[in-house]
Design a protein around this ligand. Sequence first.
Ligand code: NAP
Length: 315
Amino acid sequence: MPLPRLPAPLFKSLALVGVGLIGSSIARAAAQSGAAATIVICDHDEAALARAQALGLGQSYTSDVTVAAAQADLVIICVPVGAYGKLAAAMAPALRAGAIVSDVGSVKTAVVADVAPHLPEGVHFVPGHPVAGTEYSGPDAGFATLFRNRWHILTPPPGTDEAAVAKVRAFWEAFGAYVEVMSPEHHDLVLAITSHLPHLIAYNIVGTAAELEESLRSEVLKFSAGGFRDFTRIAASDPTMWRDVFLHNKEAVLEMLGRFNEDLTALQRMIRRGDGQGLFDLFTRTRAIRRSILQQGQETAAPDFGRRAQETDGE
Ligand code: NAP
């Protein structure tokens, strides 16, 4: 079902810097919902830019971030978080007074530290993170309904203009997202356990399988439906994006990894000691967590590991 159309655009000119999975999904959602009157697409990758143009994702296309920023009343940075600092410095002189700068980065404390110091007086900074994604990248991977029924977390620094935050909230709500505001530090801790650690575990288990001797490795692929293949889907996520996530949310990820390792050691001990009751109790508690995620509408109860035609639970 397409997104409902707004009676009037919220922004005259939207600039999307980075037209990958997320940038191209925003372009499609903004066009479908009518949230922005015109869309400027910017990417340093000429092939991605040409592809975005072929797909008709915007009204103008540029590889120069100052050209994109100069036209926009909303700029959304949609590139891997490691590129933010340089990008913010480059676009800053071109930003219009009163413009809003937002982003979609999966990490927030480092993003605020890297971007905020570059932004001129009179430009509003409203960082954000759509908790929606897939393991695919590039302009072809996006779709207009990626954000529907998904959370969008805003982490505006203290003192941010309330009207700017309200406009960004309305923008994401037009895509069917639920919006919540929290501090960047809290965001990073929560996402470390719900998204970053699961990706690390997936990268690790698939990496372990890749290192197995040949005979065992081919059996792993053959019998992957036993659970392994779901890890392979997560471990197929964009290497640049995820490298940057781990390097920029170091403390929170290491904190959660410490707890994870302690719990893993406890599980190891239960298996060694034959503590069936301990294992049963833990697995009963984890099953209840799955049920509450289903009740909150964040996953489907369909069998086959909840696979759907269009998966939107990437991160
Ligand atoms: P993507 O599909 O890889 O697209 C990123 C695009 O930005 C690529 O075309 C890339 O070109 C371009 N780019 C990189 N650096 C740039 C720069 N300095 N100036 C202009 N363009 C630049 O990435 P994505 O999955 O959309 O992720 C984008 C952001 O969304 C990341 O910060 C990520 O943390 C966040 N996010 C991702 C997901 C997800 O599931 N994928 C979900 C929520 C949030 P090159 O590839 O040629 O460098």
